[in-house]
Design a binder for this molecule. Structure first.
Ligand SMILES: Cc1cc2nc3c(=O)[nH]c(=O)nc-3n(C[C@H](O)[C@H](O)[C@H](O)COP(=O)(O)OP(=O)(O)OC[C@H]3O[C@@H](n4cnc5c(N)ncnc54)[C@H](O)[C@@H]3O)c2cc1C
Length: 864
């Protein structure tokens, strides 16, 4: 039946669901801003996570100095934590203290659950129904329902038959549990299991731990808050908090800049030992490729395995406790006190569910199958089976947005959000630390505060500007989801069977849920969205609508991060220094890049240029038996920078993938040799290679051209000159981000002028060094200007979205095609002028080189 809102319906500005740290702070802020607000909470007090999870050993795993509110300066002074990692009762007391101090409970309705939420488009409000049958109407509906608040239903048959006592770590009895003299089973070895097992073992007569997957756990070394850390915090609390906000995971920490594979084994071991001793999860990642490169990851994984083997006396048990099915840090690692040591106790047993799966829970205990069936009897079973993380609590409410769209349906293939804050089709519905935001990959206190402040400021903005609703656009949302997935895919994180991926809940769509880009970057993104007039949002009100559609981070994440690193490095622009210095800088930068794949052979030699001078070349030969077809390759560098060896990784990769010889030519450079020297050298080199194919190990008559940037200009010009001169025969041309028009008058020249490495000022500098303005309309300088492009060899033209040269490349591809030349035109989204050439750095552009190689192979394929 349709829900009818009766006259007695309570009208509020905002309803917040959940009175954990998120809901409490959100209430404080909205109340302060004058919004009539109510919190609805299922529990009978505040605290959320710390209200429900009262199992023995429950603690935070982020130092409590960091895991605390930063918005109340008085609170910062009046509250001192007793330990590095406070226990659940202490954290709960903290939450209660905040509630008392700010009189929050007067606006919190406890013991009430929101069951249904329905958007009323005409009234622009949410109609909410509680499990008490109460109806509330609110303009804004804010889900502070928690990422880890919906316990996962244990997928073990017979759980309801057990006649002994059953406990869930996520809903522990308030009065506590006495396990003395009891035979206890603990199912699950995630964080809650790892924290509780040592304490349960202290009391129980027998403890049996059922493990499906071992996790990595570090010793917490709990105790008083470290003096040095406290001093750092107290020296300047604001600066300390700000550093946390700008950090990767919401805790001040240095950004690792060294690869684990760059240092010696001894150095690595010393680093791992040192971080193991810190007992801090936030300090564990000290190498920049631990979460990216399996080989690097393996070094720390092995270190951890060794630690387990040193602690656990029985080697078979130690083996079982060593995680081998996932990389370290691809699941949330745990912090423990004596977890591994517990398995040395004679009354503690570990059951490996892979060899002895649970057949059923019975009235008396647990029946095991597999190789060694057993019937085990217990007095108590503890389920430490985790949560339906990040989406569970949200979709458990029956939410219907615009046109009755059910959130569960909209998210059937995984959560669709913009920033993890809102979802298209669900106006005025906010999620605090929702899927698509850093949330569980961070110190959540920092992420909660940032979201609360974003939501509060947004609501104030709407009110101040006469809008009554806000909603993300479909484009902004789709591209945010894509950005999040692409970012995650660069890391090892999606490879694990983790709750980050939803893989712990049968039937849950498997997508990586949190945003891996980091807390600091994410905050910048949110701030930029607001600064750009709520980019990607539609704001609607009686006086009008503002829909500022767009994409916030359109550049592929690996390229984006690389651009950020380049900017941080702060090198002067090439065009601001003398040519010699620019060349040295370019060479130095080249040396910092990975070398590219091995090829069969690399040979350096010389060939005659157009003026008879010797030009160096570098020949890349495939490892397969020859002879091979040959590609004459012209390097990038704006006719000014670079040499026959400067595109080494790119040439190696193309040589290997296309199974062709690549001959990279050191044509004459400007300003010493201005136009048309480089162009003339192109033709001279092509002729010489064609004539000497056999002695180079090539197949006579099988010659193609390739080039990147200014080198693609030379390749294109050479193809035209060869046609005009009647030879040599060129079978194809691969033009990567070609510069083909000296007029430099396109939209992409203007749109991508700055920020993507090849800038428009740099391109102007290149042209000025190379060619007089009066010569630039000559097709030998600007091949796009050629009157007749017919009869040219087949081409592959690659253009990149964020390249100033994009539009002229697109125009050349179109002009070739219009002239009847077979053209393969690849327009690469989200990439820049450099992306394709940075082999093994910009992995998301690797497919382009594969396509270039395929095109090259096609040029040489026999024609019938
Ligand atoms: C054991 C454990 C340890 C953790 N340790 C850390 C740590 O060290 N560091 C860290 O950063 N994070 C940690 N977390 C994550 C933790 O959940 C967050 O840090 C934080 O407490 C979340 O606060 P919240 O207010 O967003 O959600 P929660 O604290 O989960 O509160 C959500 C509240 O919403 C209520 N609710 C949900 N749905 C409804 C509904 N439909 N109607 C009414 N009420 C509803 C729930 O009852 C709950 O009280 C831990 C989580 C667990 C489970």
């Amino acid at each position: 039946m349709e829900e009818q809102i009766s006259d007695s319906v309570e009208e509020l500005d905002a309803v917040i669901v959940g009175a954990g740290f998120a809901g409490m702070y959100q209430l404080y802020r909205l109340r302060e801003a004058g919004f009539k607000t109510r919190v609805i909470e299922a529990a009978d007090d505040v605290g959320g996570t710390w209200y429900w999870n009262r199992y023995p050993g429950a603690r935070c795993d982020i130092l409590t100095v960091d895991y605390s509110y930063s918005w109340d300066p008085e609170l910062e002074k009046e509250w001192t934590w007793s330990e590095r990692y406070a226990t659940q009762p202490e954290i709960l007391r903290y939450a209660q203290h905040v509630a008392d101090k700010h009189d929050l409970r007067r606006d919190i309705q406890f013991q009430t659950r929101i069951k249904r939420a329905k958007w009323d488009e005409d009234a622009k409000r949410w109609n909410l129904l509680t499990d008490q049958g109460q109806k509330i109407a609110a303009r804004f509906y804010i889900m502070a329902t928690g990422c880890l608040s919906m316990p996962k239903v244990p997928d073990v048959p017979g759980a309801d038959q057990f006649e002994g006592a059953s406990y869930f770590t996520s809903g522990w009895p308030h009065e506590g549990v006495d396990f003395s003299g009891k035979r206890v089973a603990v199912i699950g070895t995630g964080s809650s299991g790892i924290q509780s097992i040592p304490l349960i073992a202290e009391d129980a007569a027998q403890l049996t731990v059922f493990q499906r997957t071992p996790n990595f756990s570090f010793p917490a070394h709990n105790g008083p808050v470290a003096e040095a850390r406290l001093a750092e915090y107290q020296r300047d609390v604001n600066a300390y908090r700000q550093a946390a906000r700008e950090s990767l995971i919401g805790v001040p920490a240095d950004k690792p800049s060294v690869s684990a594979l760059e240092v010696s084994e001894e150095e690595r071991a010393a680093v791992y030992e040192k971080v193991w001793e810190t007992g801090e999860l936030a300090q564990q990642i000290k190498f920049n490729d631990i979460q990216l490169n399996p080989e690097a990851n393996e070094t720390q994984r092995q270190f951890m395995h060794n630690k387990v083997r040193q602690i656990v006396e029985d080697p078979k048990i130690a083996d079982l406790l060593c995680p081998t099915n996932h990389y370290i840090f691809t699941k949330r690692p745990c912090l423990d006190t004596n977890y591994y040591q517990t398995f040395n106790k004679p009354h503690v047993r570990l059951v490996d569910l892979h060899t002895q799966p649970i057949v059923s829970i019975t009235r008396a205990g647990i029946d095991l199958g597999g190789d060694e069936p057993e019937e085990l009897e217990f007095d108590a079973i503890v389920f430490a089976t985790g949560f339906d993380a990040m989406t569970g609590a949200i979709v458990s409410v029956d939410i219907a947005g615009r046109d009755g769209l059910a959130l569960r349906d909209a998210w059937s293939d995984g959560p669709q959000t913009y920033l993890g804050l809102m979802s298209a089709g669900f106006p005025n519905l906010f999620m605090i630390t929702g899927p698509g935001s850093p949330s569980v990959l961070s110190n959540m206190m920092v992420s909660i505060e940032q979201h609360v402040e974003f939501i509060t400021d947004t609501l104030k903005h709407l009110r101040d500007h006469g809008y009554d609703s806000i909603e993300p656009t479909a484009l902004a949302q789709d591209r945010w989801v894509q950005h999040g997935n692409e970012f995650a895919d660069l890391t090892l994180l999606p490879t694990a069977n983790s709750w980050y991926m939803g893989r712990n809940v049968p039937g849950k769509p498997q997508v990586f849920l949190p945003y891996v880009g980091g807390v600091g970057r994410y905050r910048e993104i949110c701030d930029e969205i607001v600064d750009r007039d709520f980019l990607g949002f539609t704001l609607d009100g009686p006086e009008g609508r503002q829909s500022n559609d767009g994409v916030i981070r359109p550049v592929k994440p690996d390229m984006m991060v690389t651009l950020e690193l380049i900017e941080e490095a702060g090198a002067p622009p090439f065009e601001s220094v003398p040519v010699a210095e620019a060349r040295a800088m370019a060479e130095g930068m080249g040396e910092m890049f990975p070398p590219g794949p091995e090829v069969g052979e690399i040979v350096d030699g010389t060939l005659p240029g157009a003026d008879g001078s010797e030009l160096e070349y570098r020949l890349y030969r495939p490892a397969s038996p020859g002879p091979h077809p040959i590609v004459a390759y012209f390097h990038g560098g704006g006719w000014v920078l670079g040499s026959h060896s400067s595109d080494d990784p790119l040439c190696r990769d193309l040589c290997k993938q296309s199974n062709a010889i690549f001959v990279s030519i050191n044509y004459r450079h400007a300003p010493e040799h201005r136009f048309p020297a480089a162009a003339d050298d192109g033709l001279a080199a092509a002729r010489w290679i064609a004539a000497h194919a056999e002695e180079l190990g090539g197949i006579p008559g099988q010659l193609a051209l390739a080039g990147w940037s200014a080198g693609a200009n030379i390749a294109a010009v050479t193809a035209q000159q060869a046609k005009l001169a009647g030879g040599p025969d060129i079978l194809g041309q691969v033009l990567l981000n070609p510069s083909v028009d000296g007029a430099m008058d396109t939209r992409s020249i203007r749109d991508n002028a700055e920020g993507y490495t090849l800038t428009t000022p740099l391109m102007t500098w290149f042209w000025d060094h190379y060619c007089d303005p009066s010569d630039r309309s000559n097709p030998k300088a600007s091949p796009l200007r050629a009157e007749d492009l017919s009869g040219l060899p087949p081409a592959m033209v690659i253009t990149c979205e964020f390249d100033p040269l994009r539009d002229e490349g697109d125009a050349y591809a179109a002009a070739l095609s219009n002239a009847g030349v077979p053209v393969r035109h690849l327009q690469v989204e989200g990439h820049t002028h450099m992306s394709v050439s940075w082999v093994d750095v910009i992995v998301s552009a690797a497919f382009v080189r594969t396509e270039m190689a395929e095109a090259t192979k096609d040029f040489f394929a026999p024609r019938h």
